[in-house]
Design a protein around this ligand. Structure first.
Ligand SMILES: Cc1cc2nc3c(=O)[nH]c(=O)nc-3n(C[C@H](O)[C@H](O)[C@H](O)COP(=O)(O)O)c2cc1C
Length: 163
C-alpha cells in the first residue's frame, strides 16, 4: 500500500500528527506551504485565516511533488479554521483530481467540532466515504495519552485495510 499524507499546519499540531502517521504507515509526507504565509500570532491570525476560509480563498502554494496515480491511499490533514478546512488545502484539492481514490482525513481543532472540516474535505476530494477519520484537539500543544491512543488506533485501522 503506497500512502501519501498531504497536510497544512500553521502552528505545528497537524505537522506533529502527520509525521507520526507517516512513520507508522511508511507514507510520503507532502507539506502544503502558501507562498504568502499567514500570521501565526495574536488576533491577526484569526482575522486573516478566518476571512480566507469564508471567502473560499485559494492561495498560491510553493511547488510540491505529488501525483495521485502513485498512491493507493491519500490522507488529507488540516487544522479546523472557522469551522472548516484551511485555504491551502482548498488549493490542493481544487488543483488535483482525487476522484476514485481511497481517502482518509485528519482534523485538529482547539475544541470545536471537526465534522465540517472532515466532511468538506471529503466532498471536495470527490470521495463518497472515508476509510478513516481522526479528530483531535491540539495534540501537540495540549498532549494526552488519550490523543496518542487515537493516533495509534488510526494507524492500526489503516494498516489493517487492504486494497
Ligand atoms: C485562523 C484560525 C481559525 C481557527 N478556527 C477554529 C475553529 O473554528 N474551531 C476550533 O476549534 N479551532 C479553531 N482554530 C484553532 C486550530 O484549529 C487548532 O489550534 C489546531 O490544532 C491548529 O493546528 P496547527 O497547529 O497544525 O496549525 C483556528 C485557528 C486559526 C489560526
Amino acid at each position: 500500500m503506497k500512502t501519501a499524507i498531504v497536510y497544512y499546519s500553521l502552528q505545528g499540531n497537524i505537522r506533529y500528527v502527520a509525521e507520526k502517521v507517516a512513520t507508522g504507515l511508511s507514507a510520503d509526507l507532502i507539506e502544503l506551504k502558501p507562498v504568502k504565509t499567514y500570521p501565526d500570532k495574536g488576533m491577526k491570525k484569526f482575522i486573516w485565516g478566518g476571512s480566507a476560509v469564508m471567502f473560499k480563498k485559494k492561495p498560491e502554494l510553493e511547488s510540491y511533488s505529488f501525483n495521485a496515480s502513485d498512491y493507493d491511499l491519500i490522507i488529507l490533514a488540516s487544522p479546523v479554521w472557522a469551522g472548516s478546512f484551511t485555504p491551502p488545502m482548498r488549493t490542493f484539492l481544487e488543483d488535483n483530481d482525487l476522484s476514485g481514490k481511497n481517502i482518509a482525513v485528519i482534523c485538529s481543532s482547539a475544541g470545536g467540532d471537526s465534522k465540517k472540516c472532515a466532511d468538506n474535505m471529503r466532498a471536495l476530494a470527490g470521495a463518497d466515504s472515508l476509510l478513516a477519520e481522526l479528530s483531535l484537539v491540539d495534540p501537540k500543544t495540549s498532549p494526552s495519552e488519550e490523543k496518542e491512543k487515537k493516533i495509534s488506533d488510526f494507524i492500526d485501522k489503516l494498516r489493517a485495510t487492504s486494497f
